[in-house]
Design a protein. Structure first.
Length: 556
C-alpha cells in the first residue's frame, strides 16, 4: 500500500519537445521485445496494457501467477493482480459519489462516524482524502505490514485509536494508509453495505468491470488471481506471503486485471462516474497551492507528469511483492497500466522505458551482460562502512565468488557487478560504488537509492569481515511456530528473502542475523536462537537464549 513516487518522469525529461504519440505496429514490437528481454533476464514479471482512444492497442502478460501441483501457472491478460494503493482512487470515487447523492458531506468530521479516533472532531472527510488528517500511518508498524491473518474492523479501529497523531489536521500533508482504511469504513457505515458490494454497484456494474473486486480471502490461482514473487539468489522465483485483505481494504485491497484498471481511470477522467465538478475537485492542485509540489496529490489521484508536455492522472501502488501503476493522459486519450509481480529491476525505470517509447523520447535499450569479478577482487571490497549521523553500518563481504551486503539488523542482499567497483541490488533500487585512494585501496563507498546519495567511509578493512549466507532450503525448514510451557509466548519463524524473521505472539516482527547455519541472533534485545534437528535432519525445536535459556519445541 505504499505509494511509489513517479515524479522522476518530469525531472528526467525536462526540456523535451512534444511529439504526438501513436501506437504504431513498430512501437508495439519494441515494447514487446523490451518486456520479453526483461522477463527472460529475470528483471520482472507482470502485465502491461496500453489503450488509446478507448481501444486496447497492446496487452500482454509475462511470467507466472503462481504454482499448482508444483507446476508454474502462466499469467494471461485476464489475470487479476493486487493493485495496492491504486485502490485509493476507487475509494475516493465512491466517497465523491456518496457526496453527490447527499449521503455525506466532505466537510463531515470523523467524529460523526468514529469518535474514538484521535482528533476526530477536527478531521474532515476532505482531509482524509488529501492525507492532511495528521493520523499516524498504521502500516509503518511491522505488525500491520506483515498481517497475514484476518483482522476485524473493530480491532483495526482500536489500533487506530491508540496511535498518536503526527500533526494537527490541515497543517501538513503526510501519506497515510489509515486515512483510506477509515474512508472505506465510512462508505460501509453510510450505505449499510460491504465495501465490495459498493464497489460492484457504484463502479464495476456501471463500467462492465467483471473481474475487479475486494476479495474476502486469500489469493486463488483457480480464479486466475496472482501471487507476487521475489527472485532468490538471481535464479529462482520465490512466492511472497500476502497481507490479508482485511488489513488493506479501501487503502489497498482491490484486485483487478490490467485492462479493467485502464478503463476505470479513463471513465473517471471522462466524467462517466462523477460530474465534471466532482472530477475537478479530485484533480491534484498544481503550482503554489499544491499539497506536494513535487508529486501533487488530490482526492485519491496523483499527477503523473512525463516531460513538460505530457500530463497524466492516476495512482501507483505497492503491496506484498506487487508494484502497480496506472495513468490516463487526457490530451492524448491514452492510458497505460503496468503491474509487476516479480520486481527486480527498478519499477520506475521500466515505466520510463515504456513511456519513452510511447511518447517518442530518447532512451537506451537495457543491456544485462554479466560482468565477472574475481574472488580476490571481491575480498578487497570487504569491510564495515559507516556514515556520520546514520544509525546503522553497512557490512560488505565476499562469500565464494559473490559479494553480499547487509545493513545493521537487516537481511543480507546479493550485489551484482555492473562495472569496475560498481554493484547494484535492483530489487531495492540500490547502487553501490566503491572509491579507492591513489594506492588503489578502498576508502569508502557511495550508495545511491531513489535519487538520494550517501557516502560511507570504510572503518574496518578486513578480509575477515563476513556475512553468513544460509541455504534457502535450510531456511525454509526453520519456518514454523515454536513454544514451551515456561516460555511466555509462541515464537513464529518466517523466511524473508535471504534470511528469516521472528515474531512473538502480539509482538512486532524482527529480523534474525545468521551466526552459523543453525544459530541466529537479534542484537538489539540480546536474543540468540539455535535450531535443533533430529537424527534424520528434521527440525524439532530451538534453544532460545536471552538472559535465561529456554528450549522450545516446533509445533506440528
Amino acid at each position: 500500500m505504499k505509494k511509489i513516487i513517479l515524479a522522476c518522469w518530469l525531472a528526467l525529461f525536462a526540456g523535451s519537445v512534444y511529439a504526438q504519440s501513436r501506437m504504431t505496429p513498430e512501437k508495439i514490437k519494441v515494447i514487446d521485445s523490451l518486456l520479453t528481454y526483461l522477463y527472460k533476464e529475470k528483471k520482472f514479471m507482470g502485465s502491461v496494457c496500453i489503450r488509446e482512444q478507448g481501444k486496447p492497442l497492446f496487452s500482454k502478460a509475462y511470467g507466472i501467477i503462481g504454482k499448482k501441483n508444483g507446476k508454474p501457472v502462466p499469467a494471461n491478460t485476464a489475470s487479476k493482480y493486487r493493485i495496492g494503493s491504486i485502490s485509493k482512487t476507487y475509494t475516493a470515487v465512491m466517497i465523491m459519489q456518496l457526496a453527490e447523492a447527499k449521503k455525506l458531506s466532505l466537510d463531515d468530521t470523523l467524529s460523526k462516524y468514529f469518535n474514538m479516533i484521535p482528533n476526530a472532531k477536527k478531521i474532515s472527510i476532505r482531509q482524509l482524502l488529501t492525507h492532511q488528517s495528521g493520523l499516524y500511518n498504521f502500516t509503518n508498524d511491522l505488525q500491520w505490514s506483515s498481517q497475514y491473518t484476518p483482522v476485524s474492523k473493530k480491532e483495526m479501529l482500536a489500533a487506530f485509536a491508540k496511535d498518536k497523531p503526527d500533526f494537527e489536521p490541515g497543517s501538513k500533508t503526510a501519506y497515510s494508509n489509515t486515512n483510506y482504511m477509515l474512508l472505506g469504513y465510512i462508505i460501509e457505515q453510510v450505505t449499510g453495505k460491504s465495501f465490495n458490494d459498493n464497489l460492484q454497484e457504484l463502479i464495476c456494474k456501471k463500467l462492465g468491470l467483471k473481474n475487479t473486486s475486494l476479495p474476502k480471502g486469500g489469493t486463488d490461482i483457480i480464479k486466475n488471481e496472482a501471487f507476487s514473487f521475489m527472485l532468490q539468489d538471481d535464479q529462482t522465483w520465490e512466492q511472497i506471503d500476502e497481507i490479508h485483505v482485511s488489513a488493506s481494504d479501501g487503502a489497498g485491497g482491490i484486485i483487478a486485471p490490467v485492462e479493467e484498471v485502464n478503463r476505470f481511470f479513463e471513465a473517471l477522467i471522462q466524467h462517466k462516474l462523477l460530474t465534471s465538478g466532482s472530477v475537478q475537485q479530485m484533480l491534484p492542485v498544481q503550482g503554489e497551492n499544491a499539497i506536494n509540489p513535487i508529486n501533487s496529490y488530490g482526492y485519491g489521484l496523483e499527477t503523473l507528469p512525463f516531460g513538460e508536455d505530457h500530463i497524466g492522472y492516476g495512482h501507483s501502488g505497492h503491496i506484498d511483492g506487487f508494484y502497480t501503476m496506472c495513468g490516463y493522459f487526457p490530451e492524448e486519450q491514452l492510458s497505460i497500466s503496468f503491474f509487476d509481480n516479480g520486481k527486480v529491476m527498478s519499477f520506475n525505470q521500466i515505466n520510463i522505458y515504456l513511456l519513452s517509447i510511447i511518447f517518442d523520447k530518447a532512451y537506451t535499450f537495457p543491456d544485462f551482460k554479466k560482468i565477472t569479478v574475481t574472488e580476490s577482487a571481491l575480498t578487497g571490497l570487504s569491510g564495515i562502512y559507516r556514515a556520520e549521523g546514520v544509525p546503522m553500518d553497512v557490512t560488505v563481504a565476499a562469500y565464494g565468488n559473490k559479494l553480499w551486503a547487509r545493513a545493521s539488523g537487516q537481511d543480507s542482499f546479493l550485489l551484482t557487478a555492473i562495472g569496475t567497483d560498481k554493484f547494484e541490488f535492483q530489487q531495492a533500487d540500490i547502487m553501490m560504488r566503491f572509491v579507492r585512494d591513489k594506492q588503489g585501496l578502498v576508502q569508502s563507498l557511495t550508495m545511491e537509492q531513489g535519487g538520494d546519495e550517501l557516502v560511507m567511509n570504510r572503518v574496518i578493512a578486513s578480509n575477515d569481515v563476513a556475512i553468513k549466507v544460509v541455504d534457502a532450503a535450510l531456511l525454509s525448514k526453520y519456518e514454523g511456530v515454536y513454544s514451551a510451557p515456561d516460555f511466555p509466548m509462541k515464537l513464529t519463524i518466517r523466511k524473508t528473502g535471504t534470511g528469516i524473521s521472528g515474531q512473538g505472539t502480539g509482538q512486532p516482527e524482527f529480523p534474525l542475523t545468521a551466526v552459523s547455519e543453525s544459530t541466529f541472533k537479534f542484537d538489539p534485545i540480546g536474543l540468540e536462537l539455535t535450531f535443533k534437528n533430529s537424527a534424520d535432519g528434521v527440525v524439532t525445536g530451538m534453544i532460545v537464549t536471552q538472559g535465561k535459556t529456554f528450549e522450545l519445541k516446533k509445533e506440528q
